[in-house]
Design a protein around this ligand. Structure first.
Ligand code: BG6
Length: 304
């Protein structure tokens, strides 16, 4: 459905609208009393969320492409069915195909001061060519003073032995005033794979993680709530999760940002990814008919 069709079906005047952008992407705009938000059907991508009276919580690169088939740099990319480069010996796009697929909007409604959206993705010619024929994803987005993101994956195969194994992430880019003054709490004593140090396994000794260089860490076996203390921005962003056993923390720093065509070279201090994920040994395996749900609930304190 294009923006006009969704507008006719789901719009709520003054609160929820739909449009097709000049580049042909369809997006929902939420302007509720509790928050505003933008959600693209492309990738089921939340690119903007701002509780009323606060600053935007998500970082979106000014240089991002907003085009069919291209990943969006910022917001919350939905990563499925593998994280990073495909690693089962076959070819496939970095971070899977879900973030660049066109999702369908199945439901959109106002509930009190929140707006609830449900987007779904099933097999396509592209996913089948990559070997994924029997899955359905449902992504529930609840926009309000908190942002709830909930991804359910179903194995829709009828064949008894057709297990669906996948990795997944809600690869959120949070906006911070200056990452060099920010810390992340919730990961003390947690083992992680250090992607900037040859995938060595280490344990975080510090109570809070501070940022002094390129950081790319896959924290293992953690269900902990994390909080970004955005000290320069005078606010805390809290990320509570369910059904997720991996947390990834990433900032490209100046060296990697300089190589990224879709990010301004001086934008990296203003972003920090804290990703709710199931990766590596926490990849999920579903038997036919089974489902798995992963949820992140994001809230903000301060920064008014
Ligand atoms: C992170 C990974 O989650 O995503 C990093 O841990 C990666 O290794 C980053 O560089 C960004 O990936 P992409 O494909 O969006 O540039």
């Amino acid at each position: 459905m294009d923006g006009a069709e969704l507008e006719a079906r789901f719009a709520v005047p003054g609160v929820l609208g739909f449009e097709t952008t000049d580049s042909g992407l369809v997006r929902a705009r939420v302007t509720a009393a509790s928050a505003e938000a933008t959600i693209y059907l492309h990738g089921a991508h939340v690119t903007h969320w701002m509780p009323s009276g606060k600053e935007p919580v998500l970082f979106l690169s000014e240089r991002t492409e907003l085009a069919a088939g291209r990943p969006i740099r910022g917001g919350v990319p939905v990563i499925f069915p593998w994280f990073g480069p495909r690693h089962d010996g076959r070819q496939g796009p970095q971070h899977g195909f879900a973030r660049t697929a066109e999702w369908a909007l199945e439901f959109a409604a106002v509930a009190g001061d929140e707006v609830h959206l449900l987007l779904t993705l099933g097999p396509s010619a592209e996913s089948r060519a990559l070997g994924y024929d029997h899955f359905r994803l449902a992504y529930r987005v609840i926009v309000g003073r908190t942002l709830t993101l909930e991804l359910t994956v179903a194995n829709t195969s009828n064949a008894m032995d057709a297990v669906l194994a996948f990795e997944e992430a809600m690869h959120a880019y949070y906006a911070v005033a200056d990452v060099r003054e920010a810390t992340v709490s919730g990961l003390a004593g947690t083992a992680f794979l250090d992607k900037v140090d040859g995938m060595q396994e280490k344990v975080q000794a510090e109570a809070a993680l501070a940022f002094t260089q390129r950081t790319d860490r896959v924290y293992r076996h953690t269900t902990a709530t994390c909080a970004i203390d955005d000290i320069a921005g005078k606010r805390k962003i809290r990320i509570e999760k369910m059904g997720s056993h991996t947390t990834v923390v990433w900032n490209p720093w100046s060296e990697l940002a300089a190589t990224m065509a879709d990010m301004e070279p001086d934008a990296w201090p203003r972003m920090l990814c804290v990703e709710t994920a199931n990766v590596g040994e926490s990849a999920v395996t579903l038997v036919p008919g089974a489902t798995h749900t992963m949820r992140a609930t994001v809230s903000v304190e301060g920064g008014d």
